[in-house]
Design a protein around this ligand. Sequence first.
Ligand code: IPD
Ligand code: CA
Ligand code: CA
Ligand code: CA
Length: 261
Amino acid sequence: MVNSETLERFDQKVQELLWSARKQTIELMNTPLKVDTKSSANDLVTNVDRQNEQLIRKRLLEIDPSARIVGEEESFNHKIDPDLNGNVWIIDPIDGTLNFVKQRDHFAIMVALYCDGVPTLGYIMDVMNKRLYHAWRGHGAYVNKLRLKEPANSSLADSLIAINGWQLIKNHCHQQEIAQQAAGLRMYGSAGIEIIHVLNGQLGGYTSRLKPWDIAAGMVIAEELGLLVKTIDDQPLNVLSSNTVLVATKKVCQDIWQITK
Ligand code: IPD
Ligand code: CA
Ligand code: CA
Ligand code: CA
């Protein structure tokens, strides 16, 4: 159990940490990138992913020495222990690495804290737009210092939605039918950037098969704004396993569950 004084301290320190990680990212972007592949030719990791994760891990352990840390690049080849007891910090050091390498735009840095399984703190840094989206459960959601309003509860027919491109091509979980019933389809190639569009009410929903670090931070912020974060077939999400996730307004979720159930 973490008291609110401690969470307030964590929140301030982690916001500072995200701005430091942004600064490091911008500096390293202007030097030649070292790009390696992981599971396939399009599954990339760069020196910036690795250096950001190292920076964030080191600083999180200074802020919270009891932290258990799950980060994409160091946890990639390991089986993740699904136990959510205590303070579990989840890091995506660059979300949208392919965009980072090919576009130098449309990527994010994400950090979240789950306390005994409760989504508690969430941070998505939109690096190129210099915007830090953040929330502390029960204390509101913000972009930089500005409080975010709950987005309108729009229906699927009335909404733009985002779906992962490869999964749409394969019609994973009826995604083609979902796309056909929406007002329009958008694809940005970074879960964090896509979730930001849902937080801002620019998209009614986003669905993709995601790993823990892709959704952990977005879940805290989205739930704080009255959005739902569940599986695409209306099951509760276990953040430490891979799921086909739906982040959407209540109406969009209901419309999608009519299709997927
Ligand atoms: C990826 C991006 C992408 C999503 C993939 C993620 P990464 O994250 O968020 O949009 O479709 O599922 O793996 O690997 O660039 O951090
Ligand atoms: Ca990756
Ligand atoms: Ca990543
Ligand atoms: Ca990611």
